[in-house]
Design a protein around this ligand. Structure first.
Ligand SMILES: *Cc1c(COP(=O)(O)O)cnc(C)c1O
Length: 361
């Protein structure tokens, strides 16, 4: 067996220790005589798995008691619709930040349901390489909510602050930054994230929502799109993504063992800083993102001579460093370095980049 360093943006690498536990429990979970995949979601074994996962996530993120945690399906992309369906509460408009590819998708979906007021648009010459300055944005006091994407996974642009929206509920698509550091959950009305970046396998979506905002969905909202129905049924209105939920729980336990999100933040910052430092120190590689909003999780970079891209990717693969190709919409390279990417993986990438530069400059 040979495990590579996988820099995929998602589905992304999982901690090897977690996969090993899952492997050891695959055929017989804790003397249940069956795999978690084969269990009834209503049986006491699975309920214990589900409750432990939620308790550990609450502890890790210090989620206040007046927030519900939902374990749903449909990806972050379903939340692009569920947010307006549940949060408009009869209002006509919502404020959206437009800072990259994912916020553009959220905006497109919200436009089906309301007037979308773009409060900040960072696109310049067709590119997104910055976040708006803190305090530079004026919100509409009548907006139902403000939506933003704290980390734009494709462009590698990350907000270094949480916007202060006053009394207007703040909604964050945290798919690619959740669990990368400690945040103050009470600043948010809703946080949602697809699991396949920094939580677990694809197929699970986590929604953290303040409870006073639940139960006001638009009348014709499908049951599966109504947060209230999922909240009332402990995310078991229908069959949840049981195995994904279990694996997410193993990841949460792993994070706790690693010292929690404070420790992860230190490691993540160090990993990102050394990779950006290597890119900046070279004329061979470049990163276009403003220094004050470079992502800790997704590090896009280009080879100044794009003719070498294919050779770079082939050589990297040979060295056990895979999925470094940038998103098709931006080109170049992208190294996603979520919690599960060990520091040695980043070191190996930096050393490969230096060697490649030496032999090709
Ligand atoms: C990956 C991603 C999405 C899409 O997630 P799905 O679970 O595939 O729907 C949305 N927003 C952000 C910020 C992402 O990184």
């Amino acid at each position: 067996m040979r495990r590579v360093f996988n820099f995929s943006a998602g589905p992304a690498a999982l901690p090897q220790e977690v996969l090993e536990i899952a492997q050891s429990e695959m055929l017989d979970w804790h003397d249940a005589g069956m795999s978690v995949m084969e269990m009834s979601h209503r049986g006491k074994e699975f309920i214990s798995i589900a409750e432990k996962a939620e308790a550990d996530l609450r502890e890790l993120m210090a989620i206040p008691d007046n927030y519900k945690v939902l374990f749903l399906q449909g990806g972050a992309s379903s939340q692009f619709a569920m947010v307006p369906l549940n949060l408009l509460r009869g209002k006509k408009s919502a404020d959206y930040y437009r800072t990259g590819s994912w916020s553009k998708k959220a905006i497109a979906e919200a436009k089906r349901y309301c007037d979308v007021n773009i409060v900040a648009d960072t696109e310049t010459d067709g590119k997104f390489t910055s976040a708006p300055d803190e305090g530079s944005v004026a919100f509409n006091p009548d907006a139902a909510y403000v939506h933003y994407t704290p980390n734009e996974t494709i462009e590698g642009v990350e907000f270094s602050y949480v916007p202060d929206t006053g009394n207007v509920p703040l909604v964050a698509d945290m798919s690619s930054t959740i669990l990368s550091r400690q945040i103050d959950v009470s600043k948010f009305a809703v946080i949602y994230a697809g699991a396949q970046k920094n939580i677990g396998p694809a197929g699970l979506t986590i929604v953290i929502v303040r409870d006073d905002l639940i139960g006001q969905a638009k009348e014709d909202t499908p049951a599966m799109f109504d947060w209230a129905i999922h909240a009332k049924t402990d995310s078991m209105y229908n069959t949840p993504a049981t195995y994904g939920w279990y694996l997410a729980g193993l990841v949460f336990a792993w994070l706790k063992e690693k010292g929690g999100l404070g420790s992860m933040a230190e490691i993540n910052e160090r990993k990102a800083e050394k990779l950006y430092a290597a890119i900046d120190a070279s004329d061979f590689y470049a990163n276009p993102v403003d220094k004050n909003c470079r992502s800790w999780m997704n590090v896009p970079f280009i080879l100044v001579n794009a003719d070498l891209d294919a050779d770079f990717l082939a050589g990297a693969k040979e060295a056990g460093l895979v999925t470094l190709k940038g998103h098709r919409s931006v080109g170049g390279m992208r190294a996603s370095i979520y919690n599960a990417m060990p520091e040695e993986g980043v070191d190996a990438l930096i050393s490969f980049m230096a060697d490649f530069e030496k032999s090709h400059a």
